[in-house]
Write a protein that binds this ligand. Structure first.
Ligand code: ADP
Ligand code: MG
Length: 697
């Protein structure tokens, strides 16, 4: 309870009070807590345990067995500090109960001398170790028997830590905070939601997630907290969708015959799925409601041409089009493709980070005056300098790399422009509805005719030579190959990107000098300048290079029909959908194509992934598999998707997803503006959650 002035002030601020207002938490801890993402008391309650040690098994000393995790209650028989030969201090105590004695050792904790004096009754929890043929405990958790047990004899929370914050200390702090605050936490979910969904009340859930009595308690707590995250996402998505739809957009008037003319001029017929998607988009563009549509289609299903036809429709109506891609290489490629398809219909500009300043200024001018009617680019498009004369349509490629905020930023460049988002990551339907519920869905679920299945082989490291021989034989037939370098984990000294570049450069040299001295090799990585990349890509596309060695930057979108081999090094380090993306780079021509996956090591899961991609060629089936094999959040990485962090919810929990969606829809129907007094707290929570605070209490 608040006693000192500092705590009284904190009580007024409530959960938003800084953690340093808690007694015993000095200013110096602010920085340490910040490293754990904790600033306020609310954040602290949100700092969920990483795991729990189950120390509920009580045993007598005489019954202990090597290796088990147990708890004993014993009396200190004798205790003392010794020095090891290395000079470290070692506190040792001999403990006894009616059944026997056992020695315990703690390193560098001489202060225990004052605490564990002879005759003290203590509780010890930990793993039973063996030393010189005798059972012992080393650095076990302990606490005096006379107080409420926090570290022993229960499900003990184990928190994520940082330097200067120990579990023992944090548990004590947490216990106080939980005791005081959880009864005072106001539940933002109305009973009309919690009751039908059988959810624990928020205060109870927060209490039990930290100090559960048993696993059932913990599961109930987790369910409630996970539900909250999914529910808040749903509410946010529903509110966004409604806000978007209630705005007056601009109905674009275009001549359908002219669009048909563009389509008829293509060197191929649109597939039925492309046709259907295009019709849906064109219908949207004619409406005064701003379009907000997700175009989903596997790699190579032909999304770009659909976007190009839509762009032409918008341009005819006198509007400008912005086309945003996640990387420069992709932006460059899209610019080429769009220019190809649109021809004289378009005055197209390319705007990326490496566009020279003078040219940038010129493009800004042309866009502001409406002289350029389509601009393709990267994030550069959302820079402040970019002003449009009349932006009518935004196309965003590769949805999951752009956040909700970036979408919004681009939107603000136009007077409520229509938005088309394209993704090649097939998202299972439930998930799509939850994560992108603010978007309408179009699906290209069919490949252009004549595409062959890409023969996929998973090879052991020992078969690398075979892979190289195969590359040589394909090149001798006039074809080309991609070689993807492994992903690199971030190290202390170098950022992942830099390490990736370094290792790609080395691999390139090795391949060029030792493996393929007679072939023409090119290198592509993320630290190259725009022109360099462009030049290399161009060479590869024109067939002037046989092999393109690349970091994962070519992951999406590059289109070279003559390339027939995709060799992925360190394949086990990539996710399934990423591998599928790589594979989609080949098989775009008429010749048979191959994907060779070289694993540099393996564990059970990556093996399962690699054998899945060997046998499954359908992107959706693979996505389902990926979702099944990968853990929470990892499917896309929620950070990349621009969604608030999911701490508790797993996107794989379809039942909970559906429960949250159903409840959110019900509540939204009843009170779309969250105006009812009993929805006030919820309205605030939704705001806070979507404004990036990402907390849930
Ligand atoms: P996505 O962006 O969906 O991965 P693209 O739009 O890059 O796919 O198209 C892949 C390739 O297929 C391109 O070379 C494109 O010209 C070609 N293509 C697109 N639609 C068709 C079609 N209906 N028939 C034949 N080829 C097509
Ligand atoms: Mg594409």
């Amino acid at each position: 309870p608040p006693s000192r002035p500092r705590e009284q002030a904190a009580a007024r601020l409530g959960l938003s009070a800084p953690v340093t207002t808690l007694s015993g938490i000095k200013e110096a801890f602010a920085e340490k807590f910040a490293r754990l993402g904790v600033t306020t008391i609310r954040d602290l309650l949100q700092l969920f345990p990483r795991r729990y040690d189950d120390f509920r098994r009580l045993k007598l000393i005489g019954q202990l067995e090597y290796g088990e995790e147990v708890t004993i209650i014993a009396t200190v028989w004798e205790a003392g500090v010794r020095r090891t030969r290395g000079g470290a201090q070692m506190f040792q105590a001999v403990l006894s109960d009616d059944s026997g004695v056992i020695q315990c050792t703690w390193f560098n904790q001489a202060y225990l001398l004052d605490k564990l004096t002879r005759g003290t009754q203590i509780v010890i929890s930990g793993r039973v170790e063996e030393y010189m043929g005798r059972l012992t405990f080393q650095n076990p958790e302990w606490e005096p028997l006379d107080k409420e047990l926090l570290h022993t004899a229960r499900l003990v929370p184990v928190y994520p830590l940082t330097e200067g914050i120990t579990n023992r200390w944090l548990r004590r702090v947490m216990k106080r905070v939980v005791e005081y605050w959880t009864p005072r936490v106001a539940d933002h979910l109305p009973a009309s939601v919690t009751q039908p969904a059988h959810l624990a009340d928020l205060g109870m859930a927060l209490r039990q997630v930290h100090f559960p009595e048993d696993w059932d308690d913990l599961n109930r707590a987790r369910k409630r907290l996970a539900f909250d995250e999914l529910f808040l996402i749903q509410m946010g998505v529903l509110i966004q969708r409604q806000a978007w739809r209630s705005e007056q957009g601009r109905a674009l008037e275009f001549d359908l015959a002219a669009v048909e003319q563009l389509v008829a001029g293509l060197p191929y017929l649109l597939t039925a799925a492309q046709r259907h998607a295009l019709d849906e988009i064109l219908a949207d563009l004619r409406q005064a409601v701003p379009m907000n549509r997700l175009l989903q289609g596997d790699v190579g299903s032909g999304k770009t041409v659909v976007a190009a036809a839509a762009a032409w429709a918008a341009m005819q109506a006198g509007a400008q089009v912005a086309f945003m891609a996640p990387t420069e290489i992709l932006a460059e490629q899209h610019a080429r493709t769009m220019a190809n398809i649109l021809g004289e219909r378009a005055t197209l500009r390319l705007l990326t980070g490496s566009t020279p300043e003078a040219e940038k200024q010129m493009i800004y001018g042309e866009l502001a005056e409406g002289k350029a009617n389509i601009v393709v680019g990267t994030h550069a498009l959302i820079q402040a300098g970019v002003v449009f004369h009349d932006l009518g349509l935004i196309v965003i490629d590769e949805q999951h790399r752009f956040g909700v905020q970036q979408r919004a930023a681009l939107r603000q460049k136009g007077y409520l422009p229509h938005v088309l988002v394209m993704t090649a990551t097939p998202i299972p339907r439930t998930l799509a509805l939850t994560l992108y519920g603010d978007l309408d869905l179009s699906l290209i679920n069919e490949m252009p005719p004549g595409r062959q299945k890409i023969e996929t082989h998973w090879l052991f490291p020992t078969e690398r030579e075979r892979a190289y021989t195969f590359v040589r034989s394909q090149v001798s037939k006039g074809h080309q190959a991609f070689i993807i370098c492994p992903l690199v984990k971030e190290s202390e000294k170098l950022k992942a990107r830099d390490m990736e570049v370094k290792s790609a450069v080395e691999e390139y040299k090795r391949l060029k000098q030792e493996i393929f001295p007679q072939l023409r090799l090119g290198l592509l990585h993320g630290r190259m300048k725009g022109e360099e990349k462009e030049a290399t890509m161009g060479q590869f596309a024109r067939g002037e290079l046989d092999v393109l060695v690349s970091t994962s930057v070519v992951e999406v979108g590059i289109d070279v029909p003559n390339a027939t081999v995709m060799l992925v090094e360190g394949a086990n380090r990539f996710g399934l959908s990423q591998l599928h993306q790589f594979r989609g780079r080949v098989g775009r021509g008429t010749a048979p194509a191959f994907c060779l996956l070289l694993a540099d090591s393996g564990n059970a899961t990556s093996d399962e992934r690699l054998s899945a991609i060997e046998t499954i060629s359908d992107g959706f089936a693979l996505a389902e598999k990926d979702l099944e094999l990968r853990g929470p959040g990892e499917f896309f990485g929620t950070r990349q998707s621009g969604l608030p962090d999911l701490r508790m919810a797993k996107v794989t929990d379809v039942n909970l997803l559906e429960l949250a969606r159903a409840q959110a829809e019900k509540l939204f129907r009843a009170d779309p503006g969250l105006k009812a007094p009993e929805h006030q707290l919820l309205a605030e929570r939704v705001n806070r959650f979507w404004s990036g605070e990402g907390d849930i209490s």
